[in-house]
Design a binder for this molecule. Structure first.
Ligand code: PMP
Length: 453
């Protein structure tokens, strides 16, 4: 395309960086140990710094810029809405809000036809849990160990992976169980069928011992995101749906990361034809151009709050600028075939390309994913599957992953890594040429970690 060439302005970059270091308190970081890149601009699959370095965004930021950076239709829609109506409380009917809700409801599976808007993913999870508890009159919520659901009180308690540990209260009403993951099976399974059957039997047993009459909801990421890009075996989600129906448990699918094109369908649930009772979304709904998330609610739960008030709300629920950007994003994704592009790139470039890398790099234990949602599970030893870095490794123990990330950046590719995994998560708009260029850089960078095998 016609990429604007970044003009270097190192002095401006240093000023931005100095102000950041003085006053910005960063997420998930030891404040003194970080060195944030000062970003000057972005377009499509790229962003650039003030030194004139351009990066291919293989992270989609936090796996949210599904439509790429600075999509002209979305930028124009935000500008137009800003000129018309910047803010209006959630109690009013506003064109951008009702249109966004209609477009989302049209695409969510089954009878998920009412939309409660939030400012992001964690608030969507908080409110979905609230609805499930009020709807069932029960307290407990079940979630998997290999999961991430957000960093607010309930969402971080539901999160199964170690990001939960420093925030645990011990009185959350959350119970964790093992979801399916054949490569690192909790059930010693050897086939996908065994993994599915044993994971479902395990879940049934957890419910039996917790007491089904105390379980309000089960929440799952349809395809697990930051905890490893775990694609469920065929039949697993349908099995959970059946268990929820049998015990009157609300089934929540968290599609904050997997939704809106990331997996090559509008929603990951579409791959398996499963309809949850509640579906949480954020990120790709408007590619994060303005903060937005929400809960799609089925007819039965919506009916619970038809005569009785839902006791929850947010000042910025359904913010006009956020909703206008969602309308433009969804329309552009439909008009430009962006969801189909994600599927095609996954099937023709990323899937085959990553499997080919795995053949040549002994550090790659497993390649998994779909659409533009892939992970390399990196190992010290392919036979034992020992992870390249210890579980939740920090500091020096995580050195090989830090070296890999640095090697990618040096080659102009911005990486997304977590624990022993390298995630390949470019925008849904990524071209075959860009995807191939990113894989070529990753190929070179992987030689750095091969040395640790
Ligand atoms: N659920 C999932 C599956 C996520 O991936 C995330 C964010 N990575 C969240 C919830 C939380 O979203 P947010 O950061 O917008 O609060």
């Amino acid at each position: 395309g016609c990429m604007s060439i970044p003009t270097a302005d190192p002095a401006a970059g240093q000023a931005v960086k100095a102000a950041d270091r003085a006053h910005v308190f960063h997420s998930w970081s030891a404040q003194a140990l970080i060195d944030p890149l000062a970003v000057a601009g972005a377009e499509g699959s790229y962003f650039w710094d003030y030194e004139g370095n351009r990066y291919l965004d293989f992270s989609s930021q936090l796996v949210n810029t599904n439509i790429g950076h600075q999509h002209p239709k979305v930028v124009a829609a935000i500008q137009e809405q800003a000129g018309k109506l910047c803010t209006m409380a959630p109690g009013f009917a506003v064109e951008a809000r009702s249109e966004a809700a209609r477009l989302i409801a049209e695409r969510t599976p089954g009878d998920l036809d009412k939309i409660f808007f939030t400012n992001g993913g964690a608030e969507a999870v908080e409110n979905a849990v609230r609805m499930a508890r009020l709807h069932t009159g029960r307290q407990k919520v079940l979630s998997t160990y290999r999961s991430y659901h957000g960093a607010t009180a309930n969402a971080i308690a539901l999160t199964g992976d170690p990001r939960r540990w420093p925030s645990e209260t011990g009185t959350s009403g959350v119970v964790h169980f093992w979801g399916p993951h054949l490569y690192r099976s909790a059930f010693h399974a050897e086939t996908e069928e065994q993994e599915r059957e044993r994971a479902l039997a395990h879940l049934e047993q957890v419910i039996a011992f917790e007491g089904p009459q105390t379980v309000a909801a089960i929440i799952l990421e349809t395809v697990v995101g930051t905890a490893g890009i775990l694609v469920p075996p065929a039949g697993y989600l349908a099995g959970v749906r059946e268990i929820c129906d049998r015990y009157g448990i609300v089934f929540i699918l968290d599609e904050v990361m997997a939704g809106f094109g990331r997996t090559g369908e509008w929603f990951a649930a579409d791959h398996w034809g499963v309809t949850p009772d509640l579906l949480t979304f954020a990120k790709g709904v408007n590619s994060g151009y303005v903060p937005l998330g929400g809960v799609a609610i089925n007819a039965e739960i919506a009916a619970t709050f038809a005569e009785r008030p839902f006791p929850g709300g947010l000042t910025y629920s359904g913010h006009p600028l956020a909703c206008a950007s969602a309308v433009a994003t969804i329309n552009a994704m439909a008009e430009e075939g962006i969801v189909a592009n994600a599927k095609l790139i996954g099937e023709t470039v990323l899937g085959p390309g990553l499997r080919e890398l795995a053949e040549r790099h002994p550090s790659v234990g497993e390649v998994r994913g779909l659409g533009v949602f892939w992970a390399l599970d990196l190992v010290r030893d392919r036979a034992t599957r020992e992870p390249l870095v210890p579980y939740n490794a920090a500091g020096a123990a995580n050195a090989p992953m830090a070296e890999l990330a640095a090697a990618c950046k040096k080659r102009g590719v911005w990486p997304f890594t977590n624990m022993n995994r390298f995630h390949v998560v470019p925008p849904c708009t990524v071209t075959a040429e860009e995807a191939r260029a990113g894989l070529a850089a990753l190929d070179e960078a992987l030689t750095v970690v091969d040395a640790h095998v």
